[in-house]
Structure formats: C-alpha cells, structure tokens
Design a protein around this ligand. Structure first.
Ligand SMILES: [Zn+2]
Length: 209
C-alpha cells in the first residue's frame, strides 16, 4: 500500500479501504502517523478530502453489511478517522446506533469540542479501536455530554454545513474516541495503568438497550 507515503492524499485509485490497510499502532511507521496532530481541512472541500470521506463512509457502511464483512474480512467499526488511513487531516466518520437503537451517521470536518460535562461515562467492556490490534484491558472515562462545533458533510445533498451538536452517552463516547485520533491520542493512552478498572465517583456506565 502507498498510503503511508502520501500525506493528505490517498494514492490508491479507487481501491476500497480494507482492515489490513488501516494503520496499527503496533507498527512503528504507522504509529508515527497516528500520533501526529491532524491538520485543519480547507473549505470548500477539495476532491482529495471528499475522496477520504468517501473511503471512510464505505468502510462504515460495509461494517453493517454481513456479506461485505465476510467477503472483505473486515473488522467492523462504528467510527474511522482520516489519520487511521494515513491522512493526517481533521476528518472522521461515525455510524452508530445509540442506546435507543437510533442510527446516527456523521461525516465530520474540523470539529471542536466547545463544552463538556464534569460527569463522566464509560463502556463497561472498555473501548476498541481498528488501529489497536492487541488486546488492551481497562476502562476509559469520558465526559457524558459534549457540545461540538463542526462542519458536517452530507452525502445525499453533497453539501457541507456548519452545525453545533449536543451529544451524550454512547454517541458522545464514540465521537470523543474519533476526536482523539485527530489529536494523535489513542484510547490506550487514557487507561489508568495503576488501576485499569477503578471507577471514579462522578462516573456511570453506558447502558446499551
Ligand atoms: Zn480508534
């Protein structure tokens, strides 16, 4: 794959992203890219950034398609950030059902978290990441509610809009996990190694329906 050598540009023609193409922190060269602070995206969107968004959407769409998972040997994901496919830019996608089984799909450009609750939440099973292949155990505590200012790309209207999102619980956790990727942070960095399963007083678990 040429992905590593092409910052800001995916030089792989129309090839779809497979699990093996996603950068892994266990690999030194991959990790260097995963650890960069991603650059802001220029608007209006350029073709190469639209291409990045499309590759991310395709991976997330396939993650909900049993046949595609089997055919392409995908590890399904609910979010994927541009740095994970070798593009160090402030772009990510999330496609996720919340605890009320409502689907949320966002293609996010240049996000900024502008406020967050003191109360935190966590996934009782811990978090996972397409860029971390090894088994890392421990809980991650994140603000339960966040307010975000961002641009979103809509694949149906092909328009980019500026919005303020208020997110909570599982959706807020997934958003913050992807947002971390843009700062070069991985969930494993947020585990307290001294006490990986200790739960702070201000935290309550996410209850999936
Ligand atoms: Zn991740």
């Amino acid at each position: 794959m040429l992905l590593y050598y092409s910052f800001g540009k995916i030089d792989n023609g129309d090839k779809m992203i497979l699990y093996e193409d996603i950068l892994k922190e266990e690999n030194k060269q991959d990790n260097e890219i995963l650890r960069l602070k991603a650059k802001a995206v220029e608007l209006p969107l350029k073709e190469e950034d639209l291409n990045t968004l499309s590759l991310i959407k395709e991976y997330l769409d396939n993650s909900y398609d049993e046949e595609a998972i089997k055919k392409y040997e995908l590890r399904p994901g609910v979010g994927l950030a541009a740095p994970q496919i070798g593009v160090s830019k402030k772009i990510f996608g999330i496609k996720v059902y919340d605890e009320n089984k409502v689907l949320h799909e966002y293609y996010v450009i240049n996000p900024k978290i502008i406020s967050e609750s003191v109360e935190t939440t966590y996934l009782p099973t811990g978090e996972g990441c397409l860029s971390v292949a090894r088994d890392v155990q421990g809980l991650i505590f994140r603000p339960k509610k966040i307010t975000v200012r961002t641009h979103l790309y809509n694949f149906e209207t092909k328009e980019t809009s500026k919005v303020v999102l208020k997110l909570k619980d599982y959706l807020a956790v997934v958003f913050q996990h992807e947002y971390d990727h843009l700062q070069g942070i991985l969930f494993i960095d947020r585990i307290n190694n001294e006490d990986p399963f200790g739960i702070p007083e201000n935290s309550s678990p996410i209850k999936m329906g």
